[in-house]
Design a protein around this ligand. Structure first.
Ligand SMILES: [Zn+2]
Length: 457
């Protein structure tokens, strides 16, 4: 569409400036000191939706951070696309590893560096600019609704209530999410599923106070050592998870799917070099792509205890802590896995320590059918602007709200992500390639066009 290209070319600079403005707001949902920034960011998204041509955009308060809802309804008899995204971001720590301020976006080597550049402000904003392109060129072929939340990075604790209370408002024919990545601009891909999540925190307590390691060491169990032993026992020598029942509900991928996955280009040497590791690690019998897509995993996200300040302190600590999370695949259930994980952790603790477990957020795995109108429209849109058919892949990450949408709204979800795995999501120096950003803005209007056309027949 020449009109779209012309409009986007003419406004290219502004599309970037406006995104940078949004990236300057430190909307860290996990930190209470950013409460005001969260509201400010929600209002900025609301404002941008209105400027893009939405006839309605509102900030809804919740018990946590606000949800932004926006809509442009041209004709209720036409199909409706609901765009979901999030304006909150992960904490930027560790700050010293950033080359520039996480909330002071800079453009370097064709990339936008900032927390949220890709996850998910950059990707949400592509949708806002796609809406603007369609309204300004008078080519909007269907109704578009937006639900942009502020608690995705903390497990969306209040979204379920909002969705349940606003089913009519959120009514749509398909949900479109850009919060995933593609293999590369040369090899576009689309996620057909995301993994679920189960997350716990473990506290191991030994003696009732920190002890002198000379006086008591060797006679009293050290909770850090105990915790390390417990964690080490969670994988066997084949890197298979040892928790009884953990794999019981896993749907084994078909040979056909494994064959398709193997066709996605993957350069192991490049992968290792990018990560700075000499060797890869993982469950025996599976390829790297399978390990991060079709298999469940268990990771230790953090471990602490005792003395970690400057210099030496000879202490036998009273407590040790760890955060442990599992990524789940169809048909594992988050609650079930959390329960067996907790039971197992408690059962392997020796009597020399006490163990307390706290549950953090969870989420269910989700798969989208590849024969739906939405998937076909997205696939065709990518083919139009990339010149290549996207490869269907299973994403390794989790978007816990997917099963909520499915359950409450009964609408299928399409993942059309434009980020790259190398975008450093949740890490220092998060970035989004300018080319990906603009490619997203270019592609999304085609999704709406094709989805409208395919809905007519
Ligand atoms: Zn995200």
């Amino acid at each position: 569409m020449q009109a779209w290209t012309d409009y986007q070319q003419k406004n290219k600079e502004r599309f970037l400036e406006e995104l940078l403005e949004l990236l300057r707001i430190p909307s860290v949902s996990a930190r209470s000191e950013h409460k005001d920034d969260m509201l400010r960011c929600a209002q900025a998204v609301q404002q941008k939706l209105l400027e893009a041509g939405a006839d309605k955009a509102e900030v809804y308060t919740t018990e946590g951070h606000p949800v932004v809802y926006g809509a442009k309804i041209i004709d209720p008899s036409k199909p409706t696309v609901l765009v979901y995204g999030h304006y909150d971001v992960q904490p930027p720590d560790p700050l010293e590893l950033w080359h520039s301020g996480p909330f002071d976006p800079v453009i370097k080597d064709g990339k936008i560096f900032a927390r949220g550049a890709c996850d998910d402000k950059g990707q949400v904003f592509m949708h806002v600019k796609a809406l603007e392109t369609l309204t300004r060129t008078n080519t909007l072929p269907l109704n578009i609704k937006f639900i942009i939340e502020g608690e995705e990075e903390v497990g969306s604790p209040n979204l379920a209530t909002f969705v349940k209370q606003n089913k009519e408002l959120l009514k749509a024919d398909v949900i479109l999410i850009s919060d995933t990545s593609m293999l590369s601009l040369q090899t576009p891909s689309m996620d057909v599923g995301v993994r679920g999540l189960s997350y716990i925190e473990v506290e191991v307590t030994g003696p009732n106070r920190d002890l002198h390691s000379g006086t008591y060491g060797g006679a009293v169990a050290n909770p850090i050592v105990i915790l390390c032993n417990m964690i080490a026992s969670l994988h066997d020598h084949n890197n298979h998870i040892t928790i009884p029942g953990f794999y019981d509900d896993v749907v084994v991928a078909t040979e056909e799917e494994r064959k398709l996955m193997a066709e996605a280009p993957f350069d192991e040497a490049e992968y290792k070099e990018d990560l700075g590791v000499k060797e890869l690690w993982g469950e025996k019998g599976y390829s790297t792509n399978e390990r991060t897509g079709i298999r469940p995993t268990l990771e230790v996200n953090g471990i602490w205890g005792g003395y970690s300040g400057e210099g030496a302190k000879t202490v036998l600590p009273s407590k040790a802590h760890a955060k442990i999370s599992c990524r789940l695949v169809p048909n594992q259930k988050s609650d079930t896995i959390t329960t067996i994980l907790i039971n197992h952790i408690i059962s392997i603790a020796p009597p020399s320590v006490d163990v307390k477990v706290m549950i953090h957020h969870g989420g269910e795995p989700y798969m989208t059918p590849i024969d739906s109108k939405g998937f076909k429209a997205a696939s065709k849109a990518i083919e139009t602007t990339f010149g290549k058919h996207p490869i269907p892949v299973r994403g390794g990450g989790s978007i816990p709200i997917c099963s909520l949408f499915e359950q409450e709204l009964a609408i299928k979800i399409i993942f059309m992500g434009f980020g790259l795995d190398s975008d450093n999501l949740h890490s220092p120096n998060e970035k989004f390639n300018l080319e990906n950003y603009y490619k997203g803005i270019e592609t999304i209007p085609y999704f709406h066009k094709y989805f409208a056309e395919m809905s007519e027949v």
